[in-house]
Design a protein around this ligand. Structure first.
Ligand code: PPE
Length: 316
C-alpha cells in the first residue's frame, strides 16, 4: 500500500511507522472493531471529503450497535481528519477511521479493555483494478451467504464481520473473477464483498432492500438520489439471482470502488457498460469531484489552516 507520513492515534499525530498496538489487543483476537471507509477528492475549491458527516454518523452507530463507547465525538474526529489530511499534504486520499478494543483484558466481556481510535489516510487508486470503472468487471455469485441479522448486525461496519467478505472475495479471486456477489440467507441478492449492487432492466433501476442484509451504503444512497433526480425509477426490492443474468446492466457502488460496471455474472455476459450506467456514473463522478452544483452540500471542504491554528503535537 502507499503510505503517508502521519497517522492520528488516540488524539496524537504519530509517524506512520510508529502507529502500533500491543499483540494482546482485544480487537486483534476477536475482531472487536468498527470502522469506516471515506474518500477525499481534489476539487476546484481544494480537497473535500465526500459525505463526511454521514460516514462519521455511521461509525458512531456501528460503535453503539456493538456497545462501544467512542471516546471522541464526530466533531473531534472530523477536525482530526482535516488536520491529518493537511499535515500529510494530501490533495486526495482514502480515509480509514477505526475504533477497536485495545489491550488490557482478555475474554469476551472485556469492558475494561480501552477503546482505541485511529484515523489513517493514504492514496488508494482503482479498488477493483485498473480499467474497472471504464470497462466493467467479471463477477461470480459466492457460495458463501452474506451474514444474517440472526447472527451479526449487517448494518454495522464491524471488523470481525469482514471475515465473511474475505471468504467470498478469496473464493472469487481464486476462481479468476474480479469480485463476488453474495446472496442473503433466503437466496436473494445481497451485496458485493465491499459494494452494493444495482441492476437495470427495461430502464428501471433496482437494488436490494435493507432487509437483504446489506450495509446501508452511502454511495448506494447517493446513487439512488442521483438516479431519481435524473428522472429514473429506482426500486428497492428483493432481487433474484437470475435477475442478475437477465439484466440489461449491472453495477456496483462503494466508497473504495466508486461506481463500477459489471460486464459478466457467473460467465453470463451482461456486456459493455450500458447507457444508464454511464449516465449515472458520470453524474456520480461529478458529485464526488465537486463538479455538480446540486450536490456540493455532500462535500466537506478541508480548509487551509488559519494562522492561529496550532498544529497538534507529533509524538516522537
Ligand atoms: N457493502 C459492504 C460489505 C462494504 O464493505 C461497503 C464499503 C459497501 C457495501 C458500500 O458502502 P459505502 O462505502 O458506504 O458506499 N466497503 C468499504 C471497505 C472496502 C475495503 O476493502 O476495506 C469501502 O468501500 O470503503
Amino acid at each position: 500500500m502507499e503510505q503517508a507520513e502521519l497517522i492520528w492515534h488516540n488524539g496524537e499525530l504519530v509517524p506512520w511507522e510508529d502507529a502500533k498496538v500491543h499483540v494482546l489487543s482485544h480487537g486483534l483476537h476477536y475482531g472487536t472493531g468498527v470502522f469506516e471507509g471515506i474518500r477525499c477528492y481534489e476539487t476546484e475549491r481544494g480537497p473535500a471529503i465526500f459525505r463526511h458527516g454521514e460516514h462519521l454518523e455511521r461509525l458512531e452507530k456501528s460503535a453503539e450497535l456493538y456497545y462501544f463507547s467512542l471516546p471522541y465525538s464526530a466533531e473531534e474526529l472530523r477536525d482530526a481528519t482535516h488536520e491529518l489530511i493537511r499535515r500529510n499534504g494530501l490533495r486526495s486520499c482514502y480515509i480509514r477511521p477505526l475504533a477497536f478494543r485495545g489491550y488490557g483484558e482478555m475474554g469476551l466481556y472485556a469492558q475494561s479493555a480501552p477503546i482505541e481510535v485511529i484515523v489513517a489516510v493514504w492514496p488508494w487508486g482503482a479498488y477493483l483494478g485498473e480499467g474497472s470503472k471504464e470497462h466493467g468487471i467479471r463477477t461470480k455469485v459466492s457460495s458463501w451467504r452474506t451474514i444474517s441479522g440472526d447472527s451479526l448486525i449487517p448494518h454495522a461496519k464491524a471488523s470481525g464481520q469482514y471475515l465473511n467478505s474475505i471468504l467470498a472475495k478469496t473464493e472469487s479471486a481464486n476462481a479468476g473473477y474480479d469480485e463476488a456477489i453474495l446472496l442473503d440467507q433466503h437466496g436473494a441478492v445481497s451485496e458485493g464483498s465491499g459494494e452494493n449492487v444495482f441492476v437495470v432492466r427495461d430502464g428501471v433501476l433496482r437494488t436490494p432492500p435493507h432487509t437483504a442484509a446489506i450495509l446501508d451504503g452511502i454511495s448506494r444512497n447517493s446513487v439512488v438520489q442521483i438516479a431519481r433526480d435524473l428522472g429514473y425509477t429506482v426500486e428497492e426490492r428483493d432481487i433474484a439471482r437470475s435477475e442478475l443474468y437477465l439484466a440489461d446492466e449491472v453495477f456496483l457502488t462503494g466508497t473504495a470502488a466508486e461506481l463500477v460496471p459489471v460486464r459478466e455474472v457467473d460467465d453470463h455476459p451482461i456486456g459493455e457498460p450500458g447507457e444508464i450506467t454511464r449516465v449515472i456514473q458520470a453524474k456520480f463522478e461529478d458529485a464526488l469531484h465537486g463538479r455538480a452544483e446540486e450536490y456540493l452540500e455532500w462535500l466537506d471542504p478541508v480548509e487551509a489552516p488559519a494562522e492561529a491554528d496550532k498544529p497538534s503535537k507529533v509524538r516522537s
